[in-house]
Design a protein around this ligand. Structure first.
Ligand code: ATP
Ligand code: MG
Length: 454
């Protein structure tokens, strides 16, 4: 059996077919090489070399990813280009929107599909993830609420679909009961969900090596320990299974690869570069979709400022773009007004995405009381603070104090409620959305609750 990174022994006619196919489909889609690279996760250099004919030995995985970006499979190559002027058929729908054919075409997709709207930015994340899921069998995507973990995981899974002949299965874990409230029911619910999705016929060892499936477990932050246990069992039982988990909280599983999803870029482009930061691009795309006549091209610095206030969090950027229907851009640029406005905007279909407050509340309510109390106290420190600053928080003066504060701080960072800047000295920051929720919305935790060693 060929492994994903083996090269395909193309005959010259095949490589010409591939080159023609790529050129034709890319032209029909109106994509640049950079855009195709972004959608497929294959480097611009590989695409350029394939199109110019200087690479005649492409990796099998690169070909599959490129075909998948056009919603095609290897069989598309066999058809050859029609001789008449009609040329190749129009591109088939992208796999993110496509339903698999019954017996040919791409492998099956079970569960929620990615949105058809383009993914903004994230080229480096996608490239890393595509490699990580092929290299390792368990990859965990972490990051704060609304940062784009689900979006990225589904986009990566759509591109990886051709490499998993038994398909991709996606399970949303949000409805599992939180494990700290009911670990037994959380575990049985996880077993039920994953049992339904992982094909039972890949459990025989002879077959198992030949069969390949990708399981995406979305939103595991409230069931991380049970998920780790269930996933370990699944990976042992099914050697062809790869698992991609999204979770606001990190998961301690040996041999798992963790990838932190950072907020979208809000910085200024380097001198001479025309590209707008990805956070600004997302804002402009959302405004364009809801208010096509509003031209913000002369006000990009203000848009950038707004995206920076929102810490580059896509969910917040989408909600702010929606507010522009009724309020001018300048009115959103005041910190306090902005968060008050956005805290109440109702824009999602999942309960935790209905408002920014409910998004942060979901993480906050998973915290034990001492952690909540410390989070409140951290908001009184300078915006960016060090561990030494955190140790100045008043409390009992005993030897257990410093390690206790450090432990709680680390757990808040593990839950993506505190951001870390890892330089020689680590600096910490309570993100703006969390800060607003903690200071304006949440009830203060019981006084000095943080001192309780749990
Ligand atoms: N790179 C992106 N391009 C376009 N839209 C994005 C991007 N990243 C996120 N979004 C949009 O932002 C919103 C929040 O993203 P998403 O649901 O993936 O966040 P999340 O990290 O999974 O949040 P949660 O922790 O609540 O599950 C969604 O509407 C999503 O479509
Ligand atoms: Mg999510």
């Amino acid at each position: 059996m060929q492994t994903p990174n083996e090269t395909i022994p193309f005959r010259p006619t095949d490589i010409h077919s591939l080159r023609d196919f790529l050129l034709h489909q890319r032209r029909m889609s109106g994509w640049t090489q950079e855009e195709l690279s972004e959608r497929s996760g294959v480097s611009v250099r590989t695409i350029r070399n394939l199109e110019t004919g200087s690479n005649i030995n492409p990796r099998r995985s690169s070909v599959s990813l490129l075909l998948s970006a056009f919603g095609a499979t290897a069989s598309a190559l066999d058809k050859g280009a029609p001789a008449e002027s009609g040329g190749w058929p129009a591109p088939v729908p992208h796999p993110e929107t496509e339903r698999p054919a019954a017996d040919s075409g791409p492998p099956p997709w079970y569960g929620p599909r990615p949105l058809p709207a383009p993914l903004v930015g994230r080229q480096a994340d996608l490239r890393h993830l595509l490699g990580a899921v092929q290299r390792g069998r368990l990859v965990v995507l972490t990051g704060p609420g609304g940062v784009g973990k689900t979006r990225l995981a589904l986009a990566a899974a759509a591109r990886l679909l051709p490499l998993f002949q038994d398909g991709v299965a996606v399970a949303e874990l949000h409805d599992c009961p939180p494990e700290h409230l009911d670990p037994v029911r959380a575990a049985s619910e996880l077993h039920r969900i994953t049992g339904d999705l992982v094909r039972s016929d890949i459990s025989t060892r002879e077959d198992a090596g030949m069969r390949r499936q990708l399981l995406v477990l979305d939103s595991a932050e409230h069931v991380v320990q049970q998920t780790a246990r269930v996933v370990r069992g699944l990976l042992d039982a099914h050697p062809g299974l790869h698992v991609l988990v999204t979770s606001r909280r990190t998961m301690a599983v040996s041999a798992a690869e963790t990838w932190e999803v950072e907020p979208l870029d809000t910085g200024m482009p380097a001198r001479g570069e025309s590209a707008v930061p990805s956070a600004v691009e997302l804002f402009l795309r959302r405004v364009q979709a809801s208010l096509p006549t509003l031209d913000l091209s002369s006000r990009l610095p203000l848009v950038r400022e707004l995206c920076a206030l929102l810490d580059g969090i896509p969910l917040a950027i989408e909600l702010a773009a929606g507010r522009l229907r009724s309020l001018p851009l300048t009115s959103l640029l005041d910190d306090d007004t902005l968060f008050h406005l956005l805290a109440r905007v109702d824009a999602g279909d999942l309960s935790r995405h209905r408002t920014l407050s409910s998004s942060v509340r979901w993480s906050y309510e998973l915290l034990p009381t001492p952690h909540r109390d410390l989070l409140h106290r951290l908001t009184a420190l300078p915006r960016t603070f060090s561990l030494d600053d955190a140790l100045t928080i008043p409390g009992p003066d005993d030897t257990a104090r410093a390690p206790h504060v450090a432990h709680l701080l680390a757990e808040l960072a593990d839950a993506s409620l505190v951001q870390i800047h890892r330089e020689r000295q680590y600096n910490y920051r309570v993100p703006s959305l969390v800060r607003h929720f903690v200071t304006e919305v949440a009830e203060p935790a019981q006084e000095d609750a943080w001192c309780a060693v749990g």
